[in-house]
Design a protein around this ligand. Sequence first.
Ligand code: FAD
Length: 438
Amino acid sequence: MTPPHIVIVGAGFAGHEAAHRLTRLARGRARISLVNPTDYFLYAPLLPEVATGLLEPRRITVSLTGTLPGVRLVLGAVDGIDLKSRAVSYTNPEGMAGALRYDRLVLTVGSVNKLLPIPGVTKYAHGFRGLPEALYLRDTLVRQIELADGARRDEARARTTFVVVGAGYTGTEVAAAGVRFTQALAREHPGLGDVRPQWLLIDVADRVLPGLDPRMGQEAERVLRSRGVDVRTGVSVAEALRDGVRLADGSFVPTRTLIWCVGVRPDPLVAELGLPTEKGRLVVDEYLTVPGHPDVVACGDAAAVPDLTRPGEVTAMTAQHAVRQGRLAAQIVAAAYGHGERRPYKHHDLGFVVDLAGPDAVANPLGVQLSGLPAKVVTRGYHLLSIPGNRIRVGSDWLLDALLPRQAVETGLVSGAAVPLDSATPETISPAAEPATG
Ligand SMILES: Cc1cc2nc3c(=O)[nH]c(=O)nc-3n(C[C@H](O)[C@H](O)[C@H](O)COP(=O)(O)OP(=O)(O)OC[C@H]3O[C@@H](n4cnc5c(N)ncnc54)[C@H](O)[C@@H]3O)c2cc1C
């Protein structure tokens, strides 16, 4: 008998963990294929450290073949799933089409930048979901400070004003790290005179870190304000323009940098399946199984997994849930072949960490509120334990950063056109990209 073929689509937190667990459970009794557009797992929580020059980009990319022996990596983006004939079609990075038949499908395609119908935003804002976007932002920060040096005063002010929309954990971390990075850059440019980098953090919610414990938000806001970040809550963006951004309260902020961190939405592949969704996420039961399709499990950001600890709710889009669901997905697939019993997904939140750069962080491991150095130690320890590879490399970059000034140079490898906000694949450079001219 030919061994069953298990196809996992998406090698993020959920997919990587599912593949890892399945190889251990299957022990050669199943073929496991993993389809992903890149040959690495991206540790997204450290993207702000890449965007601000602390970590080298490859530190947060973990080799799939290196960490998943026994799994066949299929490089490509899935663009169609035929649930009747149990086949997925994909396009590889060179544009060639391919197809795979499966016996069991694990769908873990994650999420992409969330868009809002605000004029000018898709044209002038850039998201923060993938490595190309983080590299683009790093270059942008360096370049804007360099171009501001010697520019007319009003132009210099606009170039050194950076606007982050969305005060969730991503936007808060980007603003907290970005303000320190650009302040250090500005010190190397005496031509700026008294023009100093200004950061604005904007959210329609009435506080920073709206989804987390209010005490974390208060402490994060205190740290941000102590660094000079202009935190504006309860206000939204009305229009993005080439030379600035207009807010809903009528104020206009001249800027060349609009960083869009308003959240994420499920990968567009989910909508294309034509199956029931909840807030865009694929509906699954507590066994991560798609109703009516016992051979398909889905989890992570892409799936609306019922949260049995909060009846009526679905689990949040976090790495913590994605990893645990990926592990359970492997057990559920193995149980379908008589290996172990399937059990429902039930996981209590273990807390959250938010790195505020420098010596600051906020965290609430197991409900214990931490800030300052203790939170920083917990945050870094958590990331080192959670990243499935490259730990020594990440640790060495942290050590080097404590000892040496950052290398503040542009690489010019990612142009703005290469990272459109409205992208189904923020993990890769857009094929519509023009040559990297900045
Ligand atoms: C900047 C940032 C910081 C974050 N910080 C934290 C944090 O501190 N703590 C926390 O808990 N969460 C954090 N998150 C959220 C966390 O990263 C997500 O919840 C988590 O990645 C979800 O895991 P996933 O496996 O569902 O999706 P992902 O990890 O996004 O993986 C999805 C994978 O599917 C691939 N894929 C997409 N479409 C296709 C396709 N059509 N075909 C094949 N492959 C496809 C993608 O390339 C990717 O590899 C952060 C997110 C970001 C962007």
